[in-house]
Design a protein around this ligand. Structure first.
Ligand SMILES: NC(=O)c1ccc[n+]([C@@H]2O[C@H](COP(=O)([O-])OP(=O)(O)OC[C@H]3O[C@@H](n4cnc5c(N)ncnc54)[C@H](O)[C@@H]3O)[C@@H](O)[C@H]2O)c1
Length: 274
């Protein structure tokens, strides 16, 4: 169903909005005239960013469905409606499949995948209530296409978000909904993700952390050859993608050949025509 997106006066909710890409998106929505609600687990960073941007900050743990439901209630109580949900909160530690504990897997999937599922569950009915338009932005990752070593838990969560975005977009289209979906697929962006173990709570998901196989890599050193974007550049791209109702937003077009190669390799696994 066709729709015209107009941002001024609408409300955008951004999880993981206290830092990095979330903060960049928050700034872009603000510049476009939106009310912005940022949600984050890191209460100190949340308070600082909310004060800096003069927006509402709601302490939220996306791994907890009740916390995300309370976020939706708070946003609606404050502004009456929500037009955009950015499922963006995420963690990006490294860990070999053979080294990660079950608690490691569960933490990464709880934040990156279940966090977004909780967002969809709480916010889709709110977005659907708008007579004009609504939009979901799910932050996936280019790592889904290039599958670097020691990123299995991360890639699993981000591949799931890509798949969910595709299915959701098709379901909404089939239902004639005015809610659109964008899978944000960033390459390297200058953020605090290299330090995401900082957000792991000792007994997240009711499980003791125990022996962990997770570690952090400062890609600033090893990723010197990559093109690093500023979160504000990504924020601007996201607004354009919402306006255009664009399903896939890949921030680094220079990966086109690698992406095409991946799908060619998959297609090469097809049985040869007899
Ligand atoms: N930075 C990159 O190069 C890059 C590339 C691809 C994808 N991404 C994705 O972008 C998203 C944003 O990450 P970033 O790079 O801006 O990192 P970041 O660490 O700067 O920001 C992530 C934010 O998520 C918050 N968060 C973590 N766990 C949470 C929880 N349980 N509940 C609520 N908030 C929580 C953190 O406190 C932090 O403020 C993530 O989903 C990440 O996987 C980042």
């Amino acid at each position: 169903m066709s729709r015209t997106v107009s941002f001024p006066g609408t409300t955008a909710v951004v999880t993981g909005g206290a830092s990095g890409i979330g903060k960049g998106m928050a700034r872009a929505f603000l510049a476009a005239g939106c009310h912005v609600v940022i949600a984050d687990l890191d209460e100190a960073a949340l308070a600082a960013t909310a004060a800096e941007l003069c927006v509402l900050g709601v302490p939220t743990d996306v791994t907890d469905p009740d916390s995300v439901a309370a976020l939706a209630e708070r946003a609606v109580a404050e502004y009456g409606e929500v037009h955009v949900l950015c499922n963006n909160a995420g963690v990006g530690p490294f860990g070999a499949v053979s080294a990660m504990s079950l608690a490691d897997w569960r933490w990464v999937l709880d934040v990156n995948l279940y966090g977004a599922i909780h967002g969809l569950h709480a916010f889709l009915p709110v977005l659907e209530r708008n007579p004009d338009w609504g939009h979901v932005v799910n932050t996936s990752s280019l790592s889904v296409m290039v599958t670097p070593p020691h990123t299995a838990a991360y890639v699993a969560s981000k591949a799931a978000l890509l798949g969910i975005s595709e299915v959701l977009a098709a379901e909404l289209r089939a239902a004639g909904s005015r809610v659109g979906v964008t899978a944000l697929i960033p390459g390297t962006v200058r953020t605090n993700i290299r330090d995401s173990l900082r957000t792991r709570r000792p007994a997240a998901n009711g499980q003791a952390t125990g022996e962990s196989g997770l570690y952090q890599v400062d890609l600033a050193e090893s990723g010197r050859d990559f093109r690093w974007l500023d979160p504000d550049e990504v924020g601007a791209m996201v607004l354009d993608a919402i306006r255009a109702d664009q399903l896939y937003l890949i921030t680094h077009p220079e990966f086109a050949d690698q992406i095409a190669q991946r799908y060619q390799q998959i297609a090469a696994g097809l049985p040869l025509p007899s």
